[in-house]
Design a protein around this ligand. Structure first.
Ligand SMILES: [Zn+2]
Length: 274
């Protein structure tokens, strides 16, 4: 009984904190307000969680719920809410059984880059009323914020595009998300051979991007470690998993070209046509 009373009190406190955070996002950022209002219009639930570990927040599509890490300070959570609300708008899933490894990696990366670009846009707008939220994001993601700021005033789509591209520059981030994709491969969440089209990545995730970006070395490089984990999986499972569209970063500045270089093939055929 006593436990129930405490739980109730904690829930009330959390609810009040959540309402306050949502209100502050809406006051400080037009981008954030639009995303949070859209989430509310689609009945997305906003809840605090005490079991997210090192993750700031997540969007659970099956429960249409945004979970936010209650241990994080407000200044961090203001932009996290925006990031997760953007995920709630992305109606494309990396882990469909028919998806290839290429699809799962390309979709996962694009969704994160897009949610982070919107988070960056909101953080930039917050520098007036919520300076700490802006500083927190800018200190953790200096290259992304720098890239955004260059175009923020004149062309928001171009600013989003630049922030999106710079997401791919942080090796640690890429490793983290690629590793999650491989865990899902090992669990059998996907494993087909359907490659997502670049135009669909733009249409369903980031309409402000040029489809050609998804053929670039920047978008398609995986680490040697990731490639080795795929080969280990093939050996253990007896299944074939293609990495032929990826550049492989061997370390020491050596990057192996893809066996199936879609971008290069397209460039050559355009040159021949000219
Ligand atoms: Zn995310």
């Amino acid at each position: 009984m006593l436990q129930d009373v405490f739980l109730d009190k904690k829930e009330q406190k959390n609810q009040a904190r959540m309402n306050d955070l949502i209100e502050r996002v809406c006051d400080a950022s037009k981008t954030g307000k639009t995303l949070l209002e859209d989430a509310k219009a689609h009945d997305v639930k906003f809840l605090f969680s005490d079991s997210l570990g090192c993750v700031d927040g997540c969007y659970k599509a099956d429960k249409n719920t945004i979970l936010i890490n209650e241990d994080r300070p407000d200044e961090q959570l203001l932009t996290t809410l925006v990031h997760e609300a953007r995920h709630a708008q992305q109606k494309v899933f990396a882990y469909e059984p028919e998806n290839s490894l290429y699809s799962a990696v390309a979709i996962t990366r694009a969704k994160e880059a897009d949610a982070t670009a919107y988070q960056c846009a909101a953080a930039f707008e917050m520098r007036g009323l919520e300076l700490d939220a802006y500083l927190d994001f800018a200190q953790l993601n200096p290259e992304i914020m720098d890239a955004y700021v260059d175009y923020a005033k004149d062309n928001k789509d171009k600013a989003l595009c630049e922030a999106f591209k710079h997401w791919y520059d942080t090796d640690v981030t890429l490793q983290t998300y690629d590793s999650r994709v491989l865990t899902c491969l090992e669990f059998g969440d996907f494993g087909g051979n359907k490659d997502v089209k670049n135009t669909d990545l733009c249409k369903n995730i980031a309409p402000y991007m040029d489809p050609e970006f998804f053929n670039s070395k920047e978008a398609l490089t995986i680490s040697d470690k990731t490639e080795k984990r795929v080969r280990d999986f093939e050996e253990k499972s007896g299944k074939k998993v293609s990495t032929s569209r990826f550049y492989i970063d061997k370390g020491n500045g050596v990057v192996k070209n893809p066996e199936n270089n879609v971008g290069l093939r397209k460039k050559i055929s355009q040159m021949v046509q000219r």
